[in-house]
Design a protein around this ligand. Structure first.
Ligand code: THG
Length: 367
């Protein structure tokens, strides 16, 4: 395989020196930044993540900061999730939609205070949309990308590792809440969240200069816990049904098609820019939706383009993420399936690069 050439346009992170020293074997590009995809092998990384604890450089989850009197108003304009009951110290998974109800991003919103928010974005240029809205509506708010880089601690031993570095108080952080902790004289927000189903935290590292000191402190403290550098794991995130923006959905999809209707309160999300469009489409209900799909046979190749799903000679959807699951002994996958074939148990066929495969629509993801 050819190499990707590095340049200023492909940003390194505050932890890149540590990621390289840990022997990273593969990268992807996410928000124009490096994101590791493999250390030992995707399967070995998966096994280690489920048994121990990993430190993930997820700096590419960039923050869009909203600061000023209109910050909360602007945040509500971006999402159909009702934010009125959200308190400082909480994180919300929020679909972000455009004026047609199309998904622009699926970030985690972090409420620091009434007038200061972070939007921890997936892979799309959300900063430009948010700046455009703020300026177009003449809002009293500053919008920028601060020097904040998330570092995720994931796996069953994440509590033990973080308690050694930040104290036992980290154990009290509840799911999708954050608290502030000191490291080298700096206050850092630490949330119980992360892009895996194995449990853990995300440290919002404010100030690139403390990146490597924190990285090194975590590895020094966790040696006997077998801590390793890791990264979002393809197999585990499909088993857990964690969606990948740009892969599993795009701006052509509504939140309802993505199964994110539970994160929408379109009737009460007054001010949301996509509200009218979503109210119209929600009345009819979606005609296609994301489903977990088990694909027959041995390991499928990487899904680097949508694989058509066919039934009765007709195209009825597409697979957008797929991997062999050692724990479930099947290929796990995520697909967008038309209403006519989305019932659990429905047998379908997948046009993979190495031939047709039988597959079954499932009711639930694997974990
Ligand atoms: N953490 C932070 N920022 C992120 C991600 C993250 N930005 C990019 C990307 N991941 C955004 N996408 C997601 C997708 C899923 C979840 C979080 C961000 C997630 N979902 C849980 C689930 O579906 O089980 C919980 C959702 C809930 O109940 O609120 O965690 O991972 N900082």
């Amino acid at each position: 395989m050819a190499q990707i050439s590095l340049s200023r346009r492909l940003r390194r992170t505050p932890f890149s020196d540590g990621v390289e020293a840990a022997g990273v074997k593969g990268y992807t590009v996410y928000n124009r930044m490096l994101l590791a995809t493999v250390f030992e092998s995707v399967e070995a990384d998966y096994r280690h993540l489920k048994n121990h604890v990993q430190v993930w450089d997820v700096s590419c989850e960039r923050q869009v900061e909203l600061r000023g009197p209109d910050a909360a108003r602007l945040m509500q304009m971006l999402t159909p999730r009702d934010l009125r009951r959200m308190l400082p110290g909480q994180c919300f998974y929020v679909p972000i939609v455009d004026e047609t109800g199309g998904m622009l991003n699926d970030p985690v919103a972090v409420k620091l205070s009434e007038d200061r928010w972070w939007i921890s974005i997936a892979d799309s240029d959300l900063l430009l949309w948010v700046k455009g809205i703020a300026n177009g509506y003449r809002l009293d708010v500053l919008v920028d990308e601060p020097d904040v880089s998330p570092l995720a601690i994931q796996g069953p031993k994440a509590d033990d590792l973080l308690a050694r570095v930040f104290g036992d108080r980290v154990r009290d952080i509840r799911f999708f809440k954050f608290d502030k902790f000191e490291f080298e004289g700096r206050e850092l927000a630490i949330a119980r969240s992360g892009y895996s189903k194995q449990g853990g935290f995300e440290i919002y590292v404010e100030g690139s200069d403390i990146g490597m000191p924190l990285w090194n402190a975590l590895f020094a403290a966790g040696e006997d816990l077998l801590v390793r550098a890791g990264c979002p794991n393809l197999i585990e995130r499909i088993e857990g049904g964690l969606l990948s923006y740009g892969n599993d959905m795009t701006d052509d999809n509504t939140p309802h098609e993505c199964g994110l209707g539970k994160f929408c309160n379109t009737h009460t999300a007054i001010g949301c820019i996509g509200r009218d469009a979503l109210l119209r489409v929600a009345k009819e209900g979606p005609v296609q939706q994301i489903r977990p799909i088990a694909i027959d046979g041995d390991a499928v190749p990487p899904c680097d383009r949508p694989w058509p799903i066919v039934a009765g000679g007709k195209r009825i959807g597409q697979i957008t993420s797929a991997a062999w699951s050692p724990d479930f002994g099947t290929n796990v996958s995520i697909g967008m399936v038309k209403l006519s074939h989305w019932e659990p148990g429905t047998r379908i066929e997948i046009e993979t690069p190495d031939g047709m495969r039988g597959a079954t629509v499932r009711e639930k993801f694997w974990i």
